[in-house]
Unconditional design. Sequence first.
Length: 310
Amino acid sequence: MILDDKKYSLEPTVLRKYDFLRKAPEFGSKSEMNRLFSDLPSDFISSAKSELYRKSGGWIERAYEERKVKQFQIENDVFLVPILSKPAIGIDTSGNSSDRFICFAFYDNYGAAYHYFENMLEIPKTVGQRAEFKWNKLNSILRGVLDRELDHVLGMSAQFVLMMKTNALDCSDEKIIDVFIKLIDGWFSNYDYKYNERQGLRSKLFEFANETQIHCDADFQPLGPDKIVKQFVKILSNEDEHTPLHAEKDSHESQPIQVTDILCGILKDRITNREHKGLTPWEFHNKLKSDSKQRDAKCYLWEKREFTTE
């Protein structure tokens, strides 16, 4: 970056909203970012303060409304990241010895997470022509890095994440399409104390998913990704008019699938280790058939946090 004929070699940084009010933000005393902030005009902080606290029409609020910038909150810090992609949904699975984990990630900015993996965390991709981010190819150190960064990754990229742990996908006494329908419907059916909450979630997810590109890995054989996408949106629609859009891309061509692969791996490990921080357990309405083994699912929800600071 060059400003007033001065060149700055800026480190990859996720800016907090109120860094603009500090003459020397907390980037490290000798960082290039601090040097840039120190060299800004003397009236920059007062101008930034006026913009930040303006109730309407400030530059951050305009950028937010125009989908140029996304704000997300972790504890008391509000962060700003550029919008690098259109909304999309990613569907991916991961397994262990007895269960399958299914992740449905509703992204408003998946490009930010992909950029974060590639350029800031420097997570390596698989080797070869079909290079991509794959959780099962990462060592324990890199997995630990990603786990520690989960709040940032979710905050900058997603609105909702549905996570399911189930032993039903490998059953032999039901068609896989019927199993999938029951797994999704189990989030929203049942006339219980959570009925209004269930229907409220279904409505929000359908509003996001209808006419939105959905990227689905080919993990439900013999059921193709196009049928998964069609049934997923149909169930969310609650029989309203709907338009499912399947993005026909293999995983190495799809950033949403790759980001979802990483999220699915992190959340699978957390659930397996009974570390559910950030996830809300969701009661599953079980309509699955059973042969000699009980078929069931456990569900978890992550939803973007609403701001509690100004």
